[in-house]
Design a protein around this ligand. Structure first.
Ligand SMILES: [Zn+2]
Length: 261
């Protein structure tokens, strides 16, 4: 029997199986972000279908999807990124979240720590991947995906025995971004930072502690600048006046500082 403090076993079969398990978690998160985003945007795609008991459907032809269509990443590649029933293109979103979740587990395993912490880190990375995709698509961060990160972060802090640091991180992270948002609104007269970013930083603060907030914001700012620079140079990206989502940068910074900070 594994004790709570032992590292995740370096057994190749177990590691590969866990990565596959997190790809399945990513599949679930992909469905969650698609439905939450559609509901918040007022689309009727998934209206009147239950998330928990409803079948997965193709949004284009509404055909019920079977196991063949739903193997993480593999189905998307094997079917040539199209629906098997109607040929409608299937966005890369689901496969990206599935692959990202598996990669999050491998990174968490690599960065080490007691096995429950490795699993918590992997789950953090999986949820952040789903948040990145929905923020890039719709410029929003659904509460139902952001807020679970707060109790999970506190649980992780309890595992490593540092609850006060986590609480301080949540208060400081959320408070600081709320202040930045308020000041920006006062000076510029419009919203520069979404409320979702404030909530994400409050929940994320529980993972990195107050001391981690600065490094997270630094990494987030650099990552966002780099992404905007690349998009600008490739001339496919946003014009400089358009709203640039900060969520992906924050997510990247949070995961990096949680694992390696
Ligand atoms: Zn279809």
């Amino acid at each position: 029997m594994l004790s709570w403090l032992q590292p995740f076993p370096a057994d190749p079969v177990l590691v590969v199986a866990s990565a596959a398990g997190f790809a399945a978690v990513g599949s679930f998160l992909g469905a969650a972000q698609a439905r939450l985003g559609a509901a918040i945007d007022g689309e009727s795609t998934y209206a009147r279908t239950s998330f928990w008991t409803g079948r997965s459907i193709c949004p284009a032809c509404r055909a019920a999807l079977t196991v063949r269509d739903l193997v993480p990443v593999v189905s998307w590649l094997a079917l040539g990124s199209r629906c098997r029933h109607c040929g409608a293109p299937v966005p890369v979103d689901y496969a990206a979240i599935e692959a990202g979740s598996a990669a999050a587990f491998l990174l968490a395993f690599w960065s080490g720590g007691p096995w429950p912490v490795v699993l918590a880190h992997a789950l953090l990375g999986a949820i952040l991947t789903a948040l990145v995709v929905v923020d890039l698509r719709r410029q929003l961060l659904p509460d139902a995906l952001v807020w679970p990160l707060l109790p999970l972060g506190l649980l992780q802090a309890w595992l490593v025995g540092d609850i006060p640091a986590a609480v301080a991180g949540a208060v400081f992270g959320g408070g600081l971004l709320w202040l930045v948002r308020a000041i920006h609104r006062r000076i510029r007269g419009r919203e520069g930072l979404g409320l979702g970013d404030v909530k994400l930083m409050a929940a994320g603060g529980a993972w990195v502690g107050a001391a981690g907030i600065g490094p997270v914001l630094l990494v987030a700012a650099l990552a966002t600048l780099a992404a905007v620079g690349i998009a600008y140079l490739s001339r496919r990206g946003p014009s400089l006046a358009s709203r640039i989502p900060f969520g992906p940068g924050l997510a990247f910074g949070l995961f990096a500082v949680t694992l390696f900070g």
